[in-house]
Design a protein around this ligand. Structure first.
Ligand code: 13P
Ligand code: SF4
Length: 303
């Protein structure tokens, strides 16, 4: 059944000139039909390189919006309408407008996990894999929104830099605490710990490696150890399939993102067929303003 749908998707995407992009958190059967798989930075720049008229983005809404902002001529479909990221909605653009009026010398840097409307009032975007590279190039004081945990991690790597944080966070990663880490280390002595910077600072203190979703996979590729995985469970599952002889226990059982898990292969099939999903639309003024901060991210963040 699954194999049948996969075959049909592969045929349909050729026939209908569809590019499938998938975030590394998606289910294995979705990754198998994707043209490119990656973290949010890789997905931001992927679509523009391809000539396809339609992009099906398997992930969450802000990722599909980023593709649309950069490639407005393409039809961009999110297979499941309600696959959003709760962190993306945490800050109201009006708060940023008011802050900028009072603090004109500040640059406002937005984590890419934000709405197009929020990006439109910020100066630069970052992703987890590009944040340090970008932030070290910004000379002005920075208001970083919305993730207090990623923000605290950036501050720890760039001491002396003037960075103000807001109180947003990813509810999935922020649910992990120091007790979870101690319990995981006790249950798996000798295992390495790889973590996403959306985890709280107290938890990150125990990490052997800190990086984006793709970064964690590359870290696992580069060592032969068993690794406790401190990000969404899907990464542990992908690594267990790739390296069946190794162990990848999850740092805490709360590391499951409902929004990233909601998309099924059937949803992808319907999106490619043209009978399902959300067609991303952004008004032109918002798109152009949001593009400024994404262009700055790509310029400052490309290696
Ligand atoms: P990456 O930038 O590592 O892909 O992270 C996106 C995300 O939503 C992590 O929870
Ligand atoms: Fe958003 Fe957190 Fe889910 Fe990533 S894991 S998509 S940051 S809610």
């Amino acid at each position: 059944m699954l194999e049948d749908i996969k075959k049909q998707i592969l045929n349909l995407k050729k026939e209908k000139d569809v590019l499938i992009l998938a975030h590394s958190y998606q289910a294995p059967e979705i990754l198998e039909v994707a043209d490119e798989v990656g973290d949010s930075f890789a997905l931001s720049i992927a679509a523009a390189k391809h000539p396809h008229k339609t992009v099906v983005l398997c992930g969450v809404k802000f990722m599909a919006e980023t593709v649309k902002i950069l490639s407005p001529e393409k039809t961009v479909i999110l297979p499941t309408e309600n696959a959003t990221c709760p962190m993306a909605e945490q800050i109201n653009p009006q708060e940023i407008i008011a802050f900028k009026k009072k603090n004109p010398i500040f640059k406002v840097v937005a984590y890419v996990n934000t709405t197009a409307e929020l990006k439109a009032v910020c100066d630069v975007c970052v992703t987890s894999s590009s944040a340090i590279r970008i932030m070290e190039k910004i000379k002005e004081p920075v208001l970083f929104v919305p993730d207090k945990n990623l923000g605290a991690y950036i501050k720890s790597k760039l001491p002396g830099k003037d960075i103000i944080l807001m109180n947003g966070c990813c509810p999935v990663h922020d649910s992990v605490n120091e007790e979870d880490v101690k319990a995981a280390i006790e249950a798996h002595p000798g295992f390495k710990l790889a973590m996403h910077p959306e985890l709280p600072a107290k938890v990150l203190e125990y990490a052997d490696y800190i990086g984006s979703t793709s970064g964690i996979i590359e870290y696992a590729d580069s060592v032969s150890d068993n690794i406790i995985i401190g990000t969404e469970k899907s990464i542990a599952d992908h690594l267990s399939i790739k390296y069946p002889e190794r162990q990848f226990p999850l740092l805490a059982k709360t590391l499951m993102c409902p929004d990233m898990r909601i998309t099924t292969l059937m949803d992808v099939y319907k999106a490619v067929l043209g009978t399902g999903g959300l067609n991303i639309e952004i008004d032109e003024e918002t798109r152009l303003n949001a593009k400024v901060s994404i262009d700055a991210m790509i310029e400052l963040g490309s290696k």
